[in-house]
Design a protein around this ligand. Sequence first.
Ligand code: ADP
Ligand code: GLC
Length: 433
Amino acid sequence: MAKEKPLSVLFVASECFPLIKTGGLADVVGALPRALDAIGTNVTVFLPGFPDVLSGLTGTRTLAKIADLSGQPAKLIAGKTQTGLSVIALDAPHFFNIKGNPYLDASGQDRADNGQKFAAFSKIAADLAMGKIGRKTYDVLHAHDWQAGLCAAYLKAAGDTRVKTVITIHNLAFQGLFPKSLLGDLGLPADYFSNDGLEYWGKVSFLKAAIAFSDHITTVSPTYALEIQSDEGGMGFGGMLRAKAGTLSGILNGIDLDVWNPETDPEITHNFSAVNLAGKANNKQKLQKDLSLRPDKDALLFTVISRLTTQKGLDLLADMTDYIVSRGGQLAMLGSGDSAIEAAFLAAAKKHPTEISVTIGYNEPLAHRLQASADANFIPSRFEPCGLTQLCAMRYGTVPVVGRVGGLNDTVIDASPMAQSSGVATGVQFSPI
Ligand code: ADP
Ligand code: GLC
């Protein structure tokens, strides 16, 4: 029998580890293609050509010179990541030659051209998948989050029915909402601006367009797939997602076991394994010293590695810091985001300088060191589509303490008396407020 041709899939996303990352989206887009490739699928990742993306690729070549939606010149650059992923980057400097957060400006506001740039990105992805650019066509276009939300609309507008489309919702809170005035820049049929298209309360929603026009919808855990079909968890899209229940699946995320491996992790001083935890105690000792925490191997050391937003429930934890310290616990936090939450933790660190350490910012090596050193990891999220830090924690022998929502519910086995007696508990769950 002739060997079946491997499925060719174009991932379309705005982030991909190790090139560009603000959160778990990047981890999944960096890891899932490698896992799919290993089972015989050919995945290419299409990314915006941010400076770190273009400089992080090896063996680059120009695939095509094109004009984007606005007529401005752009190039498609093909190359590989250090981890061996095939990437095509949209080198459109007028849109993507930016420093700092890819979506927010220096004052923390959405960048003014987000609508135009991610529409152009999605249109070019659709053209690439159909084979209008380059010689290759793809069987599946797999879009991730609102930044790639218009891909299915552009394929439909082009009359293409061959390329199958999937949208993965990594976080329904980010809906890609823009004023109606953006419509003129999109080049889509006017009647797509309707209740069963991309119109959302008089605005344009890129994510709604993806839900409306994609062949299949996935999200990142089974519990979140149910939550987003409710009025509360649906964040305005609940009814639409209930109507799409037949084409909606919750598929649990995973982590890259090579990137997160305490036996080989180059970021940590003392490597260790599940059967030899001695190195973990040494890492804790070193971290306490490096972060100027009181050296005490018996102090229960908690960590938080997170975006500091209300989603993550860290305002609740900020209120508990005195209590943690009064019980002999310590906290090492790494994160950035909401200035009020940052300020609350900085104040707690000032009050308890030998028990609480707060590092504001984004620091990949420190995230690894914290997981390798801490006893427990707090993730008190109000909602959590999947969450990856609890998976990294478990890989590093760090007990996740999590709100019982979304993917946290699906990945952590609560230490109930029953789970403890059968030896299957992996963490602690609590009911979020
Ligand atoms: P989300 O995508 O909602 O932010 P996830 O738990 O899915 O949450 O993924 C977060 C990812 O980002 C993890 O890999 C975590 O280690 C990483 N991360 C979060 N904040 C920081 C930070 N300040 N510095 C380094 N890594 C971080
Ligand atoms: C989002 C979610 C997070 C999820 C990640 C990767 O950022 O907030 O829960 O793990 O995407 O899917």
